[in-house]
Ligand binder design. Structure first.
Ligand SMILES: *Cc1c(COP(=O)(O)O)cnc(C)c1O
Length: 236
């Protein structure tokens, strides 16, 4: 029988704890965001029952439907997909974190639309760390300017950086790319953004290299919930 969601969650959590040890990271310093896009609310409920609180979604309407179905569960929601400017209000209202801010205009809208009775929205800036390969993310040369603009917005709390590197099979190459994101965050801290401590990097195929390079958040979908209909992952 195929392993259940709680079993796959426990396996993934175990691999994360092993990596923390192997790479001299503090125990519990890596937060697991379970990426539930394309999977039903029932799968989220199963993961929650097994102790998982943080969930990542890419598609707004799908996420809102699941939030409504699961209203009442104390879940922490992370928006990790591309942001269209006509969708910012629901993101600002319903999510706790946004990992994919890559333009000042989007950041301004999220800040203006964040309800005043909620704490500032936790924001990560998405960096195009592999160059040409990805269309999303701010270019590394533009990062300092974007950080300066975001840091002063009252509805947002700038917490760190996120990246989705181009797929790469070699572990050392994976590490090198993640190291560039870690270096970019360190450079922002040197510029005075002392709170830029979160590094959202690593997915099912590369999270161990990301933890080796300082990931504080890993975003893992298929290892927990199984293959997606929209993915190229082998379905064997
Ligand atoms: C889908 C997705 C993930 C999870 O990918 P898996 O390979 O299924 O672990 C992580 N981050 C982002 C931004 C995603 O879109």
């Amino acid at each position: 029988m195929a392993p259940s969601i709680p079993e796959k969650l426990a396996l993934t959590a175990g691999r994360i704890r092993d990596c923390e040890q192997r790479y001299a990271r503090l125990p519990g310093s890596v937060r697991l965001v379970a990426v539930s896009k394309t999977h039903p609310a029932e799968s989220i409920r199963q993961a929650f029952a097994a102790g998982q609180h943080d969930f990542g979604e890419n598609y707004l309407q799908e996420a809102l439907d699941k939030m409504d179905t699961l209203a009442g569960l104390p879940l922490c929601w992370h928006f990790i997909g591309p942001i269209q400017s006509n969708k910012t209000r629901d993101i600002a209202t319903r999510f706790d974190w946004v990992h994919s801010v890559d333009r000042e205009r989007i950041a301004r809208r999220l800040s203006e639309q964040r309800p005043a009775d909620l704490e500032p929205l936790k924001v990560l800036l998405q960096v195009n760390i592999s160059g040409e390969a990805s269309k999303s993310g701010v270019a590394p040369e533009e990062l300092a300017n974007l950080a300066a603009a975001v840091a002063v917005l009252p509805g947002l709390k700038l917490c760190g950086l996120m990246a989705i590197p181009a797929p790469e099979a070699d572990f050392e190459q994976q590490r090198q790319t993640f190291r560039r994101l870690a270096d970019a965050a360190a450079a922002l801290r040197d510029l005075g953004h002392a709170q830029c401590r979160e590094l959202s990097m690593g997915m099912s195929a590369d999270f161990e290299a990301a933890i080796a390079e300082g990931a504080t958040i890993v975003r893992i979908g298929s290892d927990i919930f199984g293959p997606r209909a929209d993915s190229n992952a082998p379905t064997a």
